[in-house]
Design a protein around this ligand. Structure first.
Ligand code: PLP
Length: 379
């Protein structure tokens, strides 16, 4: 069993200290990897699909950061699927037009076979979202939005959803609990792709849900836990151990990556090859004011457009040496990708948009490499 965190600590401290075994003479600093499928009868654990002390350590740490009770899963998509399982048959789900492509695919497939009714909406249009809420079972929120980096009015959406009795799921992968804590605003379920910032080293696929520590939240937690046990969407203990090791440095990584992203966004605006830069740190950005009001920091994803020319964007992605041309985000390594490569990416995403996941390397090295790739991108 792991130590309970002390809630008055700041998030940066909780990331380091929560979920450790109790300190004492000869105690281990870290919860070990419990590689076991079963446990002696009559103890706190019985079978490996039901519980594992390595999961508990990670869940205690993430729960402390989000301010709720966490469950870890085999992937972010397993966490999304678990959250969607809370929708009753035939219930209506209000979801962003430009959600994570896996979430969109999962919801559309479920809608096609009649499992649920799907209403897609631009999440930054608060009035349009609110108009769809009466009678809905679930609202799914992603903010900042991917990949256009606009910011939804999270407190406003949550207040409206509560009034309509709609369950709200917030995918907090982009912001991380250091950027926003949706449960504090009344969200019902936070989901994470732990694959991204929380683990932070591009070496595991994992997911998580977090629910509030009140009666309604605890009931959801038990339903989600049962879903994980019965669907078998459980995480390997070794991967969870790696994720917890990564989580320990979350504050350092996020702080450095955000500083790099803010500086690169500022410089990219002046670049002759670049036609538009999106990052909430930029004062003219659509999400700037809301980000300042409701988030801590502006995140480390930057979107860059290169004059409407998709081929040029591909040449930029192929022309970097330090930046890795790859999908995914949130690792210590900087990566970039033209998003419209993916058929599910909606039409409002420009064809020449490159999504940059800014890592923790030296900002001058990142800039020099990006600059040479942009300058060398003429046909
Ligand atoms: C990557 C991602 C997911 C899916 O997570 P996996 O770990 O790849 O299954 C869900 N939501 C967002 C916002 C993501 O970036």
């Amino acid at each position: 069993m792991t130590d309970q965190p002390t809630p008055q600590y700041s998030p940066a401290t909780l990331a380091v200290s929560a979920g450790r075994p109790p300190a004492g003479p000869g105690s281990a600093m870290n919860e070990p990897v419990w590689l076991t499928s079963t446990y002696g009868a009559d103890g706190p654990y019985d079978y490996g699909r039901t519980g594992n002390p390595t999961w508990d350590a990670f869940e205690t740490a993430l729960g402390a950061l989000e301010g709720g009770a966490a469950l870890v899963y085999s992937a972010g998509m397993a966490a999304v699927a678990a959250a969607v399982s809370l929708v009753p048959d035939g219930g209506t789900v209000v979801a962003p037009t430009s959600a994570y492509t896996g979430t969109t695919a999962l919801l559309r497939e479920a809608a096609e076979r009649g499992r649920l009714v799907l209403r897609e909406v631009d999440l930054t249009d608060t009035d349009a979202v609110v108009a769809l809420l009466p009678g809905a079972a679930m609202l799914i929120v992603e903010t900042p939005t991917n990949p256009l980096l606009d910011v939804a009015d999270l407190p406003g959406l949550l207040a409206a959803a509560r009034q309509s009795g709609v369950l709200v799921v917030v995918d907090n992968t982009f912001a991380t609990p250091l950027g926003q804590r949706p449960l504090e605003h009344g969200a019902d379920v936070v989901v994470h792709s732990v694959t991204k910032y929380l683990s932070g080293h591009s070496d595991v696929i994992l997911g998580a849900t977090v629910t509030r520590d009140d009666e309604a939240g605890r009931a959801l937690h038990e339903r989600l836990r049962a879903h994980r046990r019965l669907s078998g969407s459980i995480a390997g203990p070794s991967e969870v151990w790696l994720a917890l090791r990564g989580l320990r440095t979350l504050a350092l990584r996020v702080e450095r990556a955000q500083a790099n992203a803010t500086e690169l966004a500022r410089r990219l605006q002046e670049h002759p090859v670049v036609s538009r830069v999106r990052h909430p740190s930029l004062p003219q950005d659509p999400g700037h004011d809301r980000a300042r009001k409701q988030m801590l920091g502006f995140g480390s994803i930057v979107a860059v457009e290169v004059g409407g020319d998709a081929d040029r964007a591909e040449r930029v992605a192929a022309g970097t040496r330090l930046w890795v041309h790859a999908t995914s985000l949130g690792g210590v390594e900087s990566t970039l990708e033209r998003r419209r490569r993916h058929p599910l990416e909606p039409d409002d995403v420009p064809v020449d948009l490159l999504r940059l996941s800014v890592g923790v390397e030296d900002v001058e090295d990142l800039w020099a490499d990006l600059d040479q790739a942009l300058r060398g991108s003429d046909a």
